[in-house]
Ligand binder design. Structure first.
Ligand code: CAO
Length: 604
């Protein structure tokens, strides 16, 4: 068995890159090319593949370490000792030198083969000095009059293609040299394609979802007049990109043969570095300051200084990168900054909505500074209000709501109710339509037990309740409350009338006990005393139905011979379509309206 140390290959010209993720642990068995760690520089995050197969004896780095080319990552006990010591020994400790020599060979090869590419990478500043080298015909052909340049995809770490996952600029944007144009993601790395010139984006040649390969056109930039040095360098980059694939492949070949095929990553990562190598490290402070400033105003984060991994994380959690202040060098946004932002956002919502929105995958509605349009007064929302919001949104997002509309003829009910007004007063109560409606619902629920059920067992079973407890929505100054009237089917209209009054009063005075708000099977929400022709109530999950009651009105109803003035009560039934079908709802409402229209049926 031989031991082999896997080293950091060329990392695209970056002096150092941070270990942001360990992909293996001691004891793991890995194959050649399996990712060992993820490194992130200020321009790219890349998975560093293993050059050996076998068992990981030791991981020699930890998250947060800054690594440079040639640093040791892991010690592998190679599986195929028989393959010959020669191959296995290439990267052993003793041979670390030869390994870095390989890396050098690879980068030499790159330099030699793609000189203009490498030059352009390094020499934004020196382009003036060796302008002759940069000013070749290709560069000018690409730059046209010298004012426009096409930015192309550099070497993408050996991947055949990478997907455009984010556009960082739009046509018309004015950008600095080195500003990211798009973020590309292959199965091994995520990287920004930076602009090698400053200027105006006149044409964006790609869209999200496009698959790009090395040398593909990304955008056309109208070079800023003052940016002549950048222009030269950019021209060189343009040329590099054009000549890149041939040069690179020969570079890779050379490097591969030099080290027995083990420096695939190194050669690949020698990198379209052309553009990448340039400036993050060399960018003048004023320049990055400007970028940071622009970033603040830029909600989407196009001009924000952040690495691809951070951008990816921000996308996953729908965090507007433009609003996150970066605590890294030159204002770079770090992962910790995203965590801090998310935590702050959560706190500021006082535990209100996250439960409802988390996981829904729906981008949040952005905060608006309303004071920009006129005077505003900010009032903190109460706990009850926030809790209602959470419940409403959770129900709305989880339950497929359908609402069924019908009218009940309450002409007789109203006549009967009015005839009892005096008696109600004597009893010290009030008889509104509500007790009749709640009673009718109880009878209908008994007849249609599915409406008195709830999903259980992850939706695989229905729990049919043998009791009929009905919730009643009460509008209170503090927010919406839903006390529950128990065993409605067993109570008289007078008992229900009294309980409705008591519970509504308790709700308004915030004296309801938690137990008085639990265990409902169905809810009635009446806006009849307030007004409206109809509304679609949101189901109080895990219940499967809710009845909305609107304001009754006298309307002409055709009786077959003439129009008769009848008092019609608009009813709406919202139901959970996972449990209730339209036919069920129609039958339930037919029963309910028949009961309400002829209250003698309530006692049958
Ligand atoms: N059509 C016409 N008049 C109606 C009516 C209807 N559908 N429902 C009630 N009324 C009348 C009542 O009869 C009463 O008049 P009288 O005193 O002359 O009889 C008047 O309107 C006021 O009734 P009320 O609202 O005080 O009493 P209620 O029993 O009808 O309702 C309660 C009690 C607690 C449900 C109600 O006060 C309430 O809070 N409703 C709001 C519910 C709500 O906010 N739902 C929305 C939830 S989603 O945001």
């Amino acid at each position: 068995m031989a031991k082999e140390k896997v080293l950091v290959p060329d990392i695209g010209g970056a002096e150092a890159a941070e270990v942001v993720e360990l992909l293996v642990a001691a004891g793991d068995t890995i194959a050649i090319d399996d990712g060992l760690i993820v490194l992130e520089s200020d321009k790219a995050s890349m998975e560093i593949p293993s050059t050996a197969a076998g068992e990981v004896l030791e991981v020699l780095v930890k998250e947060g370490d800054e690594l440079a080319e040639g640093d040791a990552i892991a010690l592998i006990e190679t599986a195929d000792a028989d393959a010959g010591d020669e191959a296995a020994d290439v990267s052993t400790k003793e041979d670390a030198e030869s390994s870095s020599a390989d890396a050098d060979a690879s980068s030499d090869a790159t330099d030699a083969a793609g000189a203009s590419q490498a030059d352009s990478a390094e020499n934004t500043a020196s382009a003036d000095n060796d302008g002759g080298a940069a000013d070749d015909a290709d560069a000018h052909a690409d730059a046209g009059t010298g004012e426009r340049q096409t930015m192309r995809v550099p070497d993408i770490g050996g991947a055949d293609a990478a997907e455009v996952v984010e556009l960082l600029v739009a046509e018309g944007d004015t950008i600095d040299i080195d500003a990211g144009l798009v973020v590309l993601e292959s199965d091994k790395a995520s990287m920004e394609v930076p602009a090698s010139v400053a200027g105006k984006v006149v044409e964006l040649l790609v869209k999200e979802g496009d698959q790009l390969s090395e040398g593909d056109d990304v955008a056309v930039i109208e070079v800023a007049a003052a940016d002549s040095s950048a222009q030269d360098a950019g021209a060189a980059a343009g040329k590099a990109a054009e000549s890149g694939s041939a040069d690179e492949s020969s570079a890779q070949d050379k490097a591969a043969s030099a080290d027995g095929g083990k420096t695939k990553a190194a050669a690949a990562d020698a990198d379209g570095g052309a553009a990448e190598k340039t400036p993050a490290a060399e960018r003048p402070a004023a320049d990055s300051g400007a970028v940071a400033e622009a970033g603040k105003a830029d909600e989407a984060g196009a001009n924000v200084y952040a690495g691809p991994a951070v951008r990816k994380l921000a996308r996953e959690f729908a965090i507007p990168l433009g609003r996150v202040s970066g605590s890294g060098p030159r204002g770079r946004v770090l992962k910790e900054d995203l965590h801090a932002y998310a935590q702050k956002a959560r706190k500021s919502q006082a535990g209100a909505l996250p439960a409802a929105t988390d996981g829904a995958g729906i981008p949040p509605i952005p905060d608006v500074d309303f004071s920009a349009f006129g005077e505003v007064e900010i009032e903190k929302r109460g706990k009850l209000d926030l809790l209602t919001a959470v419940n409403m949104q959770r129900s709305w997002l989880n339950l497929p709501h359908v609402t069924h509309f019908d009218d009940a003829d309450i002409t007789e009910l109203e006549a009967f109710r009015k005839s009892l007004k005096a008696e109600a007063e004597e009893r010290g109560t009030r008889l509104t339509p509500m007790p009749f409606l709640i009673k009718a619902c109880a009878v209908a629920l008994r007849e249609h037990p599915k409406f008195n059920a709830s999903l259980t067992d992850g939706g695989n079973s229905l729990a049919y309740k043998k009791y009929v407890h009905i919730g009643m929505a009460v509008d209170t100054p503090a927010g919406l409350m839903v006390p529950v009237i128990r065993d409605v089917d067993r109570k008289s209209l007078w008992e229900l009338a009294a309980e409705i009054l008591t519970l509504a009063e308790k709700a308004r005075e915030r004296k309801l006990k938690p137990d008085e708000m639990r265990g409902g099977c169905f809810t009635v929400s009446s806006l009849g005393g307030i007004g409206g022709n109809g509304f679609t109530p949101i189901i109080n999950a895990p219940e499967v139905g809710i009845l909305g009651v609107s304001r009754a009105a006298v309307k002409p109803v055709w009786d077959g011979e003439a129009f008769q003035p009848r008092t019609l009560l608009p009813l709406t039934l919202s139901y959970d379509h996972r449990v209730i079908n339209g036919g069920d709802a129609g039958r339930f409402m037919t029963t309910l309206t028949a009961l309400i229209s002829d209250i003698r049926r309530l006692v049958m």
